[in-house]
Write a protein that binds this ligand. Structure first.
Ligand code: AMP
Ligand code: GLY
Length: 422
C-alpha cells in the first residue's frame, strides 16, 4: 500500500514514523518532507500549498491513501481535490477546515450552539473597532480572523495597546488579508490544555491530552513561537474535566458542524483554557498540533493507519483507539535566535535512540548527502517513560546528544506539569 503525507515538519515526521508500524504500508511519500524525514519516507519536492502538484503526483503514483497534515492545504481544499480524483484522505474538507481558517466562523459557531468560549465582538471596520476600544474592558485579546501562522493573536493590557493592535491588523495589515476582520475577546485565565481528537463526524475519540510551551525562553518568557516543547498527558486535565469537555465541548462541536452541513472528519484540535468557571475553547485547529503530535502519537497503542482509514470511512466507532498509561516529553532544539533572526546550514548530528525514544526532524536539509539545519525549529527530541519525571529526563538526554553549532533549547520543558502533579 502506498501512502502520501502532505507537509514537512516534526509533526509529519511523527505521523510518518507511526504509520510505518503498519506492515501493510510499503511506501510513504512526503510532500515535501525534509532532510530528516528522508530517512523514513521518499521526499518529493512539491510544496504543501501546491494543490495541483499534489493531486497530479497522487494520480501518477497511484497513491492509495493520503494524510493532509498542515492547516494551509486543508483550508485551501487539498482533501476536496484529492477525493475528487478518487484518492481517499485523512483530513477535513475545506468547508470544515474553516473551523480553524476563520476565527469569526468558529466564534459564531460556538455562540450559536452554546459551546463555552470567551465572549467577543467582531469588527470589519477600523473606526467602529477604535470606538469600541475607548470603552472595552482590559486586558482584552485581539485576534486576526484568518490563518496567521499562529501569530495573529495580541493580548492588550491597555486601551492604547488595543488601538495600536487594531491599527496594525486592520490598517497596516501586518497579518495580511487575515486582518480584514478582527475578533476582540474576553481575556481568560487558567491552565491551557491541548486535546487532539479523531472524529469521523459520528463519534469523537479524544487522544491523550498535552501541554505546549509556546514562549521562546525559560519561565515562559520571550516571544511566542510555534512551540518549544510538549508533555503528555497534561496533569491539569483530570478525568472529571475530560468528562465535562466531552459533554459541553467535543460532542456539541461535532453536532454543530454536522448541523451546519460541514461534517468534520480528521483530527480536531481543541485548544482549551481551564478557567475558574469551567473549560473554555480558546481555539480550534483543523489538524494535528505541532509539537503536540510528537508526544501524543508515541503513546498511541492502536494502529494509526487503521484509525485514519476508519475516520475516512465513517466507521471510527468500530476501531480501537487506546493510549498507553505512560508519559512523553518533547524538547525542541531550535536555531539560536528563533523566532527572530537565526542562521541555518550547520551540519546536524543525531544521536542513537532506543525504541521508546525518537528524534522528529522539523527543519533540516540534505546538502551533498550531509544533513544540515534548515529552519528555526530544527527537531524535537522525544522520550516515552512510565512517568513524566523519567520522560523529561530521558528527552533531555536525547536533546543533549543532538549536535549543531547554534543549538538552543528551553531547559524547563515539563517543569510546570511536574509542579501541578505534586
Ligand atoms: P491562539 O492562536 O488562539 O491559540 O492564541 C495564542 C495564545 O494566546 C493562546 O495559547 C493563549 O495563551 C493566548 N490567548 C488566546 N486567547 C486568549 C484569551 N481569550 N484569554 C487569554 N489568553 C488567550
Ligand atoms: N502547537 C499549537 C499548534 O499546532 O497550533
Amino acid at each position: 500500500m502506498k501512502l502520501m503525507v502532505v507537509g514537512g515538519g516534526g509533526r509529519e515526521h511523527a505521523i510518518i514514523k507511526t504509520l510505518k508500524k503498519n506492515p501493510e504500508i510499503t511506501e510513504i511519500y512526503a510532500l515535501p518532507g525534509n532532510g530528516g524525514i528522508a530517512a523514513d519516507a521518499t521526499c518529493v519536492d512539491i510544496g504543501a500549498k501546491d494543490i495541483a502538484g499534489i493531486t497530479a503526483f497522487a494520480k501518477e503514483n497511484r497513491v492509495d491513501f493520503a494524510v493532509v497534515a498542515p492547516d494551509d492545504p486543508l483550508v485551501l481544499g487539498c482533501v476536496d481535490a484529492l477525493e475528487e480524483i478518487g484518492v481517499p484522505c485523512f483530513g477535513p474538507r475545506a468547508n470544515a477546515a474553516i473551523i480553524e481558517g476563520s476565527k469569526v466562523f468558529s466564534k459564531n459557531l460556538m455562540k450559536k450552539y452554546g459551546i463555552p468560549t470567551a465572549s467577543y465582538e467582531v469588527f470589519t471596520d477600523l473606526d467602529v473597532a477604535l470606538a469600541y476600544a475607548e470603552t472595552c474592558p482590559v486586558p482584552i485579546v485581539v485576534k486576526a480572523d484568518g490563518l496567521a501562522l499562529g501569530k495573529g493573536v495580541l493580548i492588550c493590557e491597555t486601551r492604547d495597546d488595543v488601538k495600536a493592535a487594531l491599527r496594525s491588523m486592520m490598517e497596516d495589515k501586518i497579518f495580511g488579508a487575515s486582518g480584514s476582520s478582527v475578533v476582540m475577546e474576553e481575556f481568560l485565565t487558567g491552565p491551557e490544555v491541548s486535546v487532539l481528537a479523531f472524529t469521523d463526524g459520528n463519534v469523537v475519540r479524544p487522544m491523550v491530552s498535552s501541554m505546549d510551551h509556546k514562549r521562546a525562553h525559560d519561565n515562559d518568557e520571550g516571544l511566542n513561537t510555534g512551540g518549544m516543547g510538549t508533555v503528555a498527558p497534561n496533569p491539569y486535565y483530570t478525568k472529571e474535566i475530560a468528562d465535562v469537555c466531552m459533554e459541553t465541548i467535543f460532542l456539541p462541536t461535532i453536532a454543530a458542524m454536522n448541523a451546519e452541513g460541514r461534517t468534520f472528519k480528521g483530527c480536531l484540535y481543541f485548544g482549551l483554557m481551564l478557567t475558574p468557571s469551567g473549560p473554555r475553547v480558546i481555539e480550534y485547529n483543523c489538524r494535528f498540533g505541532d509539537p503536540e503530535t510528537q508526544v501524543v502519537l508515541p503513546l498511541l497503542k492502536s494502529d494509526l493507519y487503521t484509525i485514519m482509514k476508519a475516520v475516512h470511512d465513517g466507521t471510527l466507532a468500530d476501531v480501537d483507539v487506546t493510549f498507553s498509561e505512560g508519559a512523553a516529553c518533547c524538547v525542541v532544539c531550535a536555531s539560536d535566535g528563533y523566532p527572530g533572526k537565526y542562521e541555518t546550514g550547520y551540519p546536524l548530528t543525531l544521536p542513537e535512540t532506543a525504541d521508546d525514544e525518537a528524534v522528529y526532524v522539523a527543519g533540516a536539509k540534505l546538502k551533498d548527502g550531509v544533513l544540515v539545519t534548515g529552519g528555526g525549529r530544527v527537531l524535537g527530541a522525544v522520550a516515552v517513560r512510565e512517568n513524566l519525571g523519567c520522560a523529561i529526563e530521558a528527552a533531555y538526554k536525547v536533546a543533549d546528544g543532538v549536535q549543531f553549532e547554534n543549538k538552543y533549547m528551553r531547559r524547563d520543558i515539563g517543569k510546570r506539569a511536574m509542579a501541578a502533579n505534586k
